[in-house]
Design a protein around this ligand. Structure first.
Ligand code: AKB
Length: 317
């Protein structure tokens, strides 16, 4: 049974990963932490305020609770990172280095999300392989590639069990993402239900990989439970389940809300970032090495998202 520290638990992934981990490993075995109080995470298990940039406090939480696994979810995402690259580097790399150092001192395993953003315009666009050219042009992507290399280094040099997934845009109905290029694929549902229309900041024809949160959560636990002897790769695995353009998701939403309309007000930063990312990843290494298999496609995801967000907003559109 793992005893887990989640750092940066109040964000989009953490606010659903913590309850999921608690359901798998028991509430008392999952210590959620964030730089701010998070009432929802403190209700059903241990919660502590923790600044991920403070390694002493992180180490003391690990020691006090006798923890053996760290999930480091701290990140400034791609679009917001471009507004303040120095801050993005400081936060993304600082939190990761602290997590790895605490893991080295206290013999913990470490999970860190990487991203499709680790690839760049020189990577093959279609069926982007697991091992290929990685020359991202965003500070977020540069942090992700560096983070992958640094995590592999801690495994080679110190024997730390580090593992990671290159996540697509994550679609979820609980917590809104913030500052990402793929955020449109979540916002679109709220606007479709509230107003029947959405103004999209990403170009109509750009394909990007996306994943529904239940698949993302299952992937994290399956990877962390995988037999290490079977892992050829560690940091980081391509995972994929669906790829679409804004026009394709809008058409799928229109099957449920026929009057839904979408126009465009392209954000130049998101335009440049989205065009530099792959159309879709090849995730065959994840499938072969630890049995990854997505369950949610676009059709199922859209139907489930609309039902959940209608309920949440008390709407019947
Ligand atoms: C972003 O858009 O920055 C993230 C990601 C794909 O890593 N959602």
């Amino acid at each position: 049974m793992k005893k887990i520290l989640v750092v940066g638990a109040g964000g989009q992934i953490g606010s659903e990963l913590v309850p999921y981990l608690r359901s798998v490993y028991g509430s008392h075995n999952v210590v959620a932490t964030d730089v701010r109080e998070c009432k929802n995470l403190a209700e059903d298990g241990p919660f502590e305020v923790l600044d991920a940039l403070n390694p002493t406090t992180m180490a003391s939480v690990v020691a006090r609770h006798n923890l053996d696994t760290i999930f480091n979810l701290v990140a400034l995402l791609s679009a917001v990172g471009e507004r303040n690259p120095q801050m993005a580097w400081g936060l993304n790399m600082g939190a990761l280095l602290n997590a790895l150092e605490v893991a080295r001192q206290h013999s913990c395993a470490v999970f860190t999300p990487s991203s499709i953003g680790a690839f760049g315009p020189t990577s093959p666009k279609d069926g982007t392989p697991q091992d290929t050219i990685m020359q991202p042009t965003t500070i977020y992507g540069i942090c992700k590639v560096t983070g992958e290399l640094l995590s592999n280094y801690y495994t080679q040099k110190y024997g730390i069990d580090t593992r990671s997934l290159r996540f697509p845009g994550i679609i979820s109905n609980k917590t809104l993402p913030g500052g990402g290029t793929t955020d449109y694929a979540v916002e679109i549902f709220y606007e479709a239900i509230r107003n029947g229309k959405y103004t999209c900041a990403v170009p109509s024809d750009v394909y990007m990989d996306m994943i529904y949160m239940p698949d993302a959560l299952r992937a994290i636990v399956e990877l962390m439970e995988a037999d290490p002897a079977k892992l050829v790769h560690r940091n980081s695995f391509n995972v994929a389940s669906m790829s679409f353009t804004p026009e394709i998701i809008a058409a799928e939403i229109r099957k449920h809300i026929p009057e839904f309309t979408m126009d465009y007000d392209i954000d130049p930063v998101k335009d440049q970032i989205s065009r530099s990312w792959p159309n879709y990843l090849d995730d065959s290494c994840a499938r072969e090495e630890w049995g990854w298999k997505p369950k949610w496609d676009l059709e199922l995801t859209v139907a489930d998202m609309l039902e959940a967000i209608r309920y949440k907003l008390g709407h019947n559109r």
